[in-house]
Design a protein around this ligand. Structure first.
Ligand SMILES: NC(=O)C1=CN([C@@H]2O[C@H](COP(=O)(O)OP(=O)(O)OC[C@H]3O[C@@H](n4cnc5c(N)ncnc54)[C@H](OP(=O)(O)O)[C@@H]3O)[C@@H](O)[C@H]2O)C=CC1
Ligand SMILES: CC(=O)[C@@H](O)[C@H](O)COP(=O)(O)O
Ligand SMILES: [Mn+2]
Length: 386
């Protein structure tokens, strides 16, 4: 039996993690749940899974829940609660399915407490990859990738000598605007951006897919997870999202992992590795799969990939600055305060201004994140349209 904590249980990855648990009550027990605001869904999850503790980061939401809940589960709130849900004694694995930089502190705390990490929160590795991987190694804990591309690569690497890898090939759907040119992107709406062609996901990552910043974040994530230099990580546009990623070896062999667009597959693999267990879900039907297409990404129009390569290669705290700028810009875009292409301008301006620090401690990262948010907030005031 694997005892798990799910941070971000009410979100896209969190709810799909619980769907995996529902299929395998004999394999998994949920010991902690954490979310931010959604007290109604969290209460349903508490009643269904009866964990030891449930956390709402937002104290008002936690107070709402505590006022009506009369059962046995301990209700906690705020950062203290979130850290308890990352480090509690009754679970050994933490699924980090929170969105954004908010995932860093609980992930570091979970690793420090010796928990294995099923990592969905890619921002953690983007901002603190070196720190997180070193800490995990020191503590002897596993960082198991949930992100579909990284889970695919993880599967393609099984049984082969890492020294014989020549290239990681990260596939990208290309997002809802694949094939469009800059002038066609100027006035796209948040609604159009949120219509991802192949995946159903939370809002922030869906906007990141439209800008291809998601693929940029995934390049940095792959760099740290697989200790791979940036010039050996290549992005390939694959609009069908069936090949989830590939590994090329020194003899020219390419191993790919294929599957449907169902995140329960990588979530489950991260939770059962090294075992594979059944998953009741749709299968690929190769008789009716008419084609698989591959192409070079248009990095001039969709600058997310090159911005991330630049941030990764500069190193130090530059990826942290890129991430904070992107989080501020995406939120502003979703709130109708800026236009789609402004997301790139905000990231570029922040990266031009940021002086990276190369002693990357957790404290340095929190300082950079706060500083960039404040600077990007000021930029927004100058450029917002309403
Ligand atoms: N969705 C997907 O298919 C994929 C997602 N990922 C990554 O997984 C992560 C989660 O994405 P996704 O599930 O789409 O995001 P969602 O926005 O759907 O869900 C985010 C979850 O995090 C919770 N949350 C946010 N902030 C806090 C906080 N401070 N404390 C506690 N809980 C918090 C939210 O709670 P509430 O509901 O109460 O607001 C919600 O449960 C991201 O890093 C994303 O990049 C990676 C690959 C695929
Ligand atoms: C499901 C998943 O892992 C997402 O990160 C997905 O890859 C997004 O699709 P894009 O390829 O459009 O970024
Ligand atoms: Mn992905």
């Amino acid at each position: 039996m694997k005892n798990i904590s799910v941070l971000g249980s009410t979100g896209s990855i969190g709810t799909q993690t619980l769907s995996v648990v529902r299929q395998h009550r004999d394999l998994f027990a949920v010991k902690a749940l954490a979310a931010n605001n959604n007290d109604v869904l969290l209460e349903q999850q508490i009643n269904e899974f009866v964990p030891d503790m449930a956390v709402l980061y937002n104290k008002d939401a936690a107070a709402r829940l505590a006022a009506r809940y009369t059962g046995p589960v301990k209700i906690l709130s705020g950062e203290e609660g979130l850290l308890a849900a990352a480090t509690g004694e009754t679970f050994d694995t933490v699924v980090t399915s929170l969105m954004g930089f908010a995932g860093l502190k609980p992930t570091l705390a979970a690793i420090e407490a010796g928990k294995n990490i099923a990592l969905a929160n890619k921002e953690t590795l983007v901002v603190a990859g070196e720190l997180v991987m070193a800490m995990a190694k020191k503590k002897g804990v596993d960082i198991l990738p949930v992100d579909s591309e990284h889970c695919a690569i993880f599967q393609c690497l099984q049984g082969n000598d890492r020294k014989t890898v020549s290239k990681l090939l990260l596939t990208a759907s290309g997002g809802p605007f694949r094939g469009k040119k800059i002038n066609e992107l100027e006035n796209v709406s948040a609604k159009e951006c949120l219509a991802h062609p192949t995946w159903s996901m939370g809002k922030k990552i869906t906007i990141d897919s439209a800008t291809l910043v998601n693929k940029g974040l995934e390049i940095i994530e792959a760099h740290w997870l697989y200790d791979m230099p940036y010039d050996k990580i290549q992005v390939v546009v694959h609009p069908q999202s069936i090949v989830h990623s590939m590994v090329e070896y020194i003899d020219g062999t390419v191993i790919a992992q294929l599957g449907t667009t169902d995140m329960r597959l990588p979530i489950q693999y991260a939770l059962t590795y090294p075992k594979r267990v059944a998953l009741a879900a749709k299968r690929l039907d190769f008789w009716h799969l008419s084609r698989l297409d591959f192409a070079k990404p248009d990095t001039k129009t969709f600058k997310g990939i090159d911005l991330a390569y630049a941030a990764g290669q500069i190193g130090g705290t530059m990826p942290c600055a890129l991430n904070a700028a992107n989080e501020v810009a995406v939120e502003a875009f979703l709130n109708g305060r800026i236009k789609f292409l402004d997301i790139y301008s905000i990231i570029e301006t922040v990266m031009q201004k940021h002086k990276p620090v190369y002693e990357v401690s957790a404290a340095a990262l929190f300082a950079v994140d706060a500083e960039v948010r404040s600077f990007a907030g000021a930029l927004l005031k100058k450029m917002q349209y309403k």
